[in-house]
Design a protein around this ligand. Structure first.
Ligand code: HAM
Length: 419
């Protein structure tokens, strides 16, 4: 349905992906699957919507996502449902409800698909965007943290994306984080007048977020703020040091950033983001970290876990598309007269049965205009049937690269174009 006015129907911050672009999505998804499967991850397909409490409880009531970015609706039964703004909470919900903790072989999961956040749309920020994510359950060993980050960069490097930087921090745990929170609060209360309106609101509810504010004034005001660096307990410090040392031999550029906090409340210990200098304001291409308490919070047994998610649209803007050559058809079939159409239809069918990729011209204009279309399709061969060829069960096969053409029996066409 097309509206009569100029007003379009598409929602702001939502995109159509047309076939030319979808090709690159498929390549990217295929590379993700093959890399993740090498690391023994299995796919999980989570629902697109969940009960609202799944997100409120885990992401945190005072987070930006829960406070102002969720698409929430009441269903007919009166339940409050929310379009998933991220994948970790649904995966943890499934992990607990499907009792995956009983099967130690199912502890590495990946997912891909659309997420929804009612943010102000701008370059690199949509309301429906896509993530590819991975989660590992059941171990608090630093080698898992390092391995997961290595897998993420293995994926980026397989796609030949360079110029990325890992921002890495450890947020501490329920033993050391509350003490640090108090110190930070004490500092921020003294500088409250220097902070932006948003941060004024955040100070008491979620002081950590003030450290990550983009406003220059807030950044200046928090220059001397206490950081988590000198405030971690010794198990947290040890975990962090070991994670860093396991990553040090790799070619990943690491930027230890004690001011990195994440916008979701479930994190503890390791937290990270991957940034690209070529992305502009929305420069985070991926983010992740540990959430050792979340499975238990959902009613499961105490199970440490860690994961990441990357933004597909942002990644696509970094992809050098020339490195991914689109598959062109093997042949473009042309009928010069309506009486030749059945022959072309049947020949197309036969060639496809032989697993050849074939495009059939569906209107017959002049030979010149049809050849132009064949050329535009990028096909290796054009196969042409006119009245003369029809009468002798033959077809003209033209090699589009060197221009050579021959007239052959219909039965021989597949052998020639399949070579
Ligand atoms: P997140 O940092 O909120 O983490 O999102 C991960 C990535 O999704 C971002 O780095 C960005 O590339 C992309 N992204 C987020 N919002 C938008 C948007 N509005 N438009 C375009 N791209 C966007 C999470 O979602 C966590 N669940 C990651 C995680 C998994 N942590 C542990 N496991």
């Amino acid at each position: 349905m097309r509206p009569k006015t100029d007003k379009l129907l598409k929602i702001k911050g939502v995109k159509d992906v047309l076939p030319d672009e979808a090709y690159f999505w498929q390549q990217l998804e295929q590379v993700a699957r093959s890399v993740f499967e090498r690391y023994q991850f299995g796919e999980i397909r989570i629902p697109t919507f969940e009960k609202t409490e799944v997100f409120v409880r885990s992401i945190g009531e005072n987070s930006d996502i829960v406070e102002k970015e969720m698409y929430t609706l009441k269903d007919r039964g009166g339940d409050s449902l929310t379009l998933r703004p991220e994948g970790t909470a649904p995966v943890v919900r499934a992990y607990v409800e499907e009792k995956l903790f009983n099967d130690p072989s199912v502890n590495r999961l990946y997912y891909m698909g659309p997420m929804f956040r009612a943010e102000r749309p701008q370059a690199g920020r949509q309301r429906q965007f896509h993530q590819i994510g991975a989660e590992v359950f059941g171990s608090n060993d630093p080698s898992i943290d390092a391995e997961l980050i290595l897998m993420l960069f293995d994926f980026f490097y397989t796609l030949r994306i360079e110029g990325l930087e890992l921002r890495l921090n450890s947020l501490g745990c329920p033993n050391c984080r509350p003490g640090y929170r108090e110190k930070l609060l004490g500092f921020l209360r003294k500088h409250i007048d220097e902070l932006c309106d948003d941060c004024n609101r955040r100070v008491e509810k979620n002081p950590f977020r003030v450290l990550d504010c983009k406003s220059i004034n807030c950044q200046k005001a928090t220059e001397k703020a206490p950081t988590i660096d000198n405030n971690r307990c010794s198990p947290c410090e040890q975990h962090f040091t070991q994670t860093i040392s396991l990553l040090e031999g790799s070619k990943i550029p690491i930027n230890l950033d004690p001011k990195l906090v994440r916008g979701l409340d479930y994190y503890s210990n390791t937290a990270f983001e991957v940034k690209s200098a070529s992305l502009g304001a929305q420069d985070a291409i991926a983010g992740g970290g540990r959430y050792n308490g979340l499975v238990e919070q959902f009613g499961g047994p105490s199970t440490p876990a860690i994961g990441f998610a990357l933004g597909v649209e942002r990644l696509l803007t970094l992809l050098d598309k020339t490195k991914f050559v689109e598959k062109k058809p093997d042949a473009y079939l042309i009928s010069l007269e309506s009486r030749c159409e059945d022959t072309i239809f049947n020949l197309t069918k036969t060639l496809r049965e032989q697993k050849l990729s074939v495009e059939r011209g569906i209107e017959h204009g002049s030979l010149k205009s049809q050849m132009r279309k064949a050329n535009r399709s990028g096909a290796k061969f054009a196969v042409i049937v006119g009245l003369e060829e029809l009468s002798s069960s033959m077809a003209i096969v033209k090699n589009m690269e060197d221009g050579e053409q021959k007239t052959v029996l219909l039965d021989e066409v597949s052998r020639i174009i399949g070579q």
